[in-house]
Design a protein around this ligand. Sequence first.
Ligand code: DX5
Length: 226
Amino acid sequence: MKRPPAFPVPSGRAALVPSVLAADFSCLKGSLAPVKKLADWVQVDVMDGHFVPNLSFGPGIAAAVARASGLPVDAHLMVEEPGPFLEAFAAAGAGLITVHAEAAHAGACLKEIKKMGLKAGLALRPKTPLKKIIPFLRVLDLVLIMTVEPGFGGQAFLPEMLPKISAARGLIKKTGRAIWLQVDGGITAETARAAAGAGADSLVIGSALFKAPSPAAFLRGLKRTV
Ligand code: DX5
């Protein structure tokens, strides 16, 4: 399998990660064109209609996004049983696969993702306590703190997640390992600053980016502030 592109570590700022969920599905290539040179990687939000009350897309779109953007792809699986889909997303070119701590066999999935030579992420719904990540910190490459209830883009950022982000930063620091702290949901120019200030170093941005008059200007502006 072709090795996916490496995930860049931007110096002195958070990584900016467009969420394809908010892009124009009728023209993914066109949607991604203005941002692909400014974004650090891209996220595909996979939804199964069970774990979340919404359906989105599968490995085929992940492969199309990888081709259209040339960026590293991060597959966020909002899927009740992610295990059977890991290989398909790896084959589609995802270099990082995130499963939810609330999903079935999350620990086994993380092991499988690492065995495939990919980066492994673990996501927490807003109500899931942070301590759920502790058993996995020695293998994780990314922790994803959801700042909305997963399932839909365009929701408002939950500010009560800020202490959870800071606490996650503290846990990561104690490991001495380079683990991304990613935040996803309701990221705008304003909430991006708050999230980065609380310790996030990877920001997933959907609606605020793709609905901006100029997505490129939006990302350039963010780069100066996070
Ligand atoms: C929720 C999705 C969204 C998306 C980002 O399940 O994961 O959080 O990626 O969408 P916005 O930026 O519109 O909240």
